[in-house]
Design a protein around this ligand. Sequence first.
Ligand code: PLP
Length: 401
Amino acid sequence: ADYSYTPAGRNHLFVPGPVNIHDRVLRAMNVPGQNHRDPWFAAFFKDVLADSKYVFQTQAGTPFIFSGTGTGGWEAALTNTLSPGDKIVTFRYGQFSHLWIDMMQRMGLDVTVIDRPWGEGADEAILQDILAKDKDKKIKAVAVVHNETTTGVTSDIKGVRAAMDAASHPALLLVDGVSSIGALEFKFDEWRVDVAVTGSQKALSLPTGLALVCASDKALDHMKTAKLPRCYYDFADQLKTNPAGSTPYTPSLSMLYGLKESIAMLKAEGMDNVVARHHRLAEGTRKAVEGWGLELLCAHPRWRSDSLTVIKTPQGIDSNKIVKHAYSRYNLSIGIGLSQVNGKVFRIGHLGNMDELMMCSAISGAEMAMIDSGMKIKPGSGIGPAIQYWQETAKVIPTRE
Ligand code: PLP
């Protein structure tokens, strides 16, 4: 394939990360090489760190910005708080929770895995039962993937915290917020999360390359005795340098400029509005799925994700073909099904820098690709209900009323 050929128009990017980067953010990142040891950097970096607290909705937490990806953030969360052989309880309901478990096991943690069907979320009652039976409080941490990007399932972190409280359990709460933070409601302080993780290419709508991590005081306390080997992701090295506005190693300046701009946009919109926008985009997408006569992989309405929609294709229809066709004929990038649901589902991301009319291109393109692939779908049956919903619910841009 000739990778250098660029079709006219644009690539319609609707995978659940990496997502569309706003022109304003692209411009902010377009800077010449600069020296992060020059005097201007300290004030700038302190501002970026302070801003990043907004993303986590925290006052009390300590944010860390690493060059890396979400997976690096997972590593930071585990290695800074736990020791070899420590007991950790976690759920597996998709490829990302699976990969985090794989990391926990490779690090020598003693992992209790609660396997749930792919399409379900964190079952609070099972967790509570396990914690309540741990009379000697041997379990050191509970880890939960907030939004499972494999299945389009959002678990209830507030509910998980309530289950931990109901069992009066002191374990740390570690949360993967990679495809939720900055898109869905996420309350670091209120839910008493101990370590939260996200990656720049998701709701923050930046290129891939930053892992943002936030730690509670309790987590930082655990750091003092945590014995898992750590080096690059050691919070302690950041804590020695960040307060004075410097970093232990070379920061990615372009990414930091982009982050500052992206958070400025989130702040201007307001997190409640950001969350409401994601809900509208998701609801419209779900109307389309209903109109097509298809089903979500997410088993129960309580867990429906507002950051992506995962759609089951009927028996005998290979979802990979739809995804490939959408890309080759309509320049639309949608997500394939991962691992055990490969070929059975496709994924439409609606997180980050996204609006209703952009979504119309994804819904129309998916509809056309499904028809092309031999599915009995009436043209307009999905996009029709979606546009009706968005026409009724879209908000006037505040500065343009
Ligand atoms: N966790 C979730 C929920 C994800 O969706 C992803 C990536 O898609 C990851 C973790 C891994 O992040 P990264 O690929 O940035 O390392």
